[in-house]
Design a binder for this molecule. Sequence first.
Ligand SMILES: [Zn+2]
Length: 187
Amino acid sequence: MVHEGLFGYCQYSLNINQCLSFLVPGSREEESGMLCPYCNENDDRVVNSRTSVNGSAVKRRRECLNCGRRYTTYERIEDTAIRIVKKDGSRENFSRSKLLEGLNRACHKRPVSADVLEETAEEVEQQLTRHYENEVPSNVVGEMVMERLKELDHVAFIRFASVYREFKDIRDFLEQADIILGEKGEK
Ligand SMILES: [Zn+2]
């Protein structure tokens, strides 16, 4: 829904109200009124805001005025239009949160911070939107994720790969582990 407005046209295809609330400082609902994840109170202040490395998200550090604990929120453009084509030919919309869930599962109890996982999901999404217009095969996404996990944490990589590549038996798995350990040894 491209519209003319105070700012020319809206490059994000938002309706006029969304566009204005996005662009006019101080009119954002996100500035206040997040529910505290610890005490559920709706009373916080923004301690600081910063734009993520590649500029696609605003990260806000918030402090609950009720219980005093701090937490982080991210503000970003919703709905990347990319659709994922699965092996069976079915399609589904790309979902950053789903990707993040997968990353979290792979990195469970591993020394990888939540921030790094957020950034990783963001990078993958950016890379997808830069190189693909509408649809992208699911294996491309999987490989992108694995490439990054390989750099981040080898255990997480193996976990992700074992789910993603559906290792049929222990031999498949060991083969994969050998390749990774071999690559690590070369460096
Ligand atoms: Zn609280």
